[in-house]
Design a protein. Structure first.
Length: 87
């Protein structure tokens, strides 16, 4: 399969499809295995879906617990990314 075909297959599959596109999330990043987190601006579910897709495409790990998504950063800087729903 091509990368594009794999990307759309992942984007259109669970757990990525479980994310509400319009839901607000707080996105945090950690570069020390989760010991400390730095805040980033508020994001929407669409941003989370895109990053989840890239993470799974790169064969990296995603964990979901009580609506909070923590994943390995698929970008060269590495580290972890945490999306927390804003309620």
């Amino acid at each position: 399969m091509s990368r594009q075909t794999d990307w759309f297959r992942i984007y259109d599959s669970a757990p990525v499809t479980d994310i509400d596109l319009a839901a607000p999330y707080r996105k945090d990043r950690s570069y020390d295995r989760g010991a400390t987190w730095e805040d980033a601006p508020e994001m929407r579910g669409e941003h989370l879906k895109l990053e989840m897709t890239e993470t799974l495409l790169a064969n990296l790990t995603i964990g979901i617990r009580d609506g909070v998504v923590v994943m390995q950063n698929p970008h060269p800087m590495g580290g972890l990314i945490r999306y927390t729903p804003i309620r």
